[in-house]
Design a protein around this ligand. Sequence first.
Ligand code: AHR
Length: 637
Amino acid sequence: MLALAASVAGAHADDPTITIDAGNPVGKVSPLLYGLMTEEINHCYDGGLYAELVQNRAFLDDPRTPVRWSVLPGGATITLDTNQPVNSALPVSLRLDAQTAPAGIANEGYWGIPVQPNTTYHASFFAKAAPGFSGPVTVAIQSDDGATTYAQAVSQPLTAGWTQYAVTLQTGNCTSTDKARLVLTIQKPGTVWFSLVSLFPPTWNNQPNGFRKDLMQMLVDMKPRFLRLPGGNYLEGDTIDKRFQFKNTIGPISQRAGHQGPWGYRSTDGLGMLEFLRWCEDMGAEPVLAVYAGYSLGGMHVNPGSDLDPYVQDALDEIEYVTGPVTSKWGAQRAKDGHPAPFKLHYVEIGNEDWFDRTHSYDARFAQFYDAIKDHYPQLLCISTVGNEQPAEKRVSSRKPDAVDEHYYRRYTEFIQDSPTHFEKYDRNGPRVFVGEWASYETEFVPWDSRTKALNILPTPNMNAALGDAALMAAMERNSDIVVMNCYAPLFVNINQGAYQWRPDLIGYDALHCYGSPSYYAITMFSRNIGDQLLKVSTADTAVQACATRDSATGTLIIKLVNPQSTEEKVKLDIQGAQSVAPTADALTLAAEPDATNSIDEPRKVVPVSSQVSGVRPTFTYSAPANSITVLGIKSR
Ligand code: AHR
């Protein structure tokens, strides 16, 4: 169901009232308020935003067998071979022994290879031939059953040494499908080895090693101001040696070994530090850089003091890679990697969810990072990962963090009940608040895919969750004098069974399609429509939740209303302190049945609808539709 039309009527004295003081802004809206959080979970990068189409491209995903690969029927065999490494980052190759020809190997992609008509794909691979074999490799995108070839090209002849080959594949007037595979064949018997087999479709801004275009468009449409990277649990790793290490994620992809992530699968690190930064740049956002702070998920920590020094140095190097001039060591490395210009950076987050550290070592670890960062970069702001709601003994007390990161995964009803007062009670002299992960769920918390399957629900949430999310966002915006940044998590989910680990997630996709959940549209409405001056909002006798800002450049009042009730509510909007308001306002409304949702098959079932509201006066009655989120833009002086 789409949004209901907005309506106004004359105000009555006993109407529920929302008062907006437009004459006395109470503060500045944080310019970074809405952003994104990212990590490799749910095949967010590999099999998601990172446009690589070959899964297990370096044959490292499983040391026992070449998962996602198969040998074409006939007289050939394939085996993983550790005796023919390309280099230390590509220690394993796939050996193809062909007694007859043609013979070949096929990759199933990330739940299918997406084929689009009239599209150019770039394939590359390392290969070498055993003595006695000569000839090229035929590279093709084929239907799963091999019956249809959508595009095909032939490489240069192989040689006895490892060489990288590249071909371009061009599809014709075919029908889009993801029931396809990448096939590499040789036309003569013999033995050849393959490594780092890669296939890219057209990418965002045509960047090599770049991003999937449809997903980037969805992010750009949100107008995020920052990207919290690289995680989450992905930053920490299950163990210390499995933490995110930026130095292993830069340079040519043939030099990146990848690493085991904490969400049950291996990361190629093809989306590495420079790609994160380019991702920010492409969205017009800035990084919020989370640095590993000596605690990993398995519960182990690095002792503060000299043991922690190398990790602190890694963080300083990472900051230099992001912000340093080309004359600095890591700034020069960034330039060598293709980006001489430094990136803007204001916030560095020290660790992730360190309240889980039962040894309470975080205070000392934070202090060591904080002192070193402030010493080298006094302008940078340091975020503690232990928020105001954690017990005092877990919080940082030896330093005053510039901000604290709080995470809220809550049932939507809790957000609706708690939001009117949650941040209002925060100490205005305390640290700023970064809500670095948040999401509403509708039924029960079901982070694991097996349970999602059992409940037969999508990994993306429904309208009820969007209402909870909007109530929280209204609270964060009302209090954006101290709540300086917020971002939903997780951002992405590959909706194929077996591809994801967590629910709820904001944006769903398969190899060919993507869609935003109702929460995606709610966040987009909030993020795209925000002023720079914070206005005081008071509510009386209404369940409708609200926040308001003013754009000082245009004089537009931006009023956001969340009606979580199953009936419409007439609210008196009392705009005080404005000399005049325009008689017509712009409204953007997201309204739907509570259990309505979007999906691959119905991607636009719940989307915002624009309308005009007439009869606007300094005091007027607005009918907030049932189960709705509304943004009103009212020109004022
Ligand atoms: O967003 C999913 C996970 O939730 C994050 O990795 C972690 O920080 C939190 O526990």
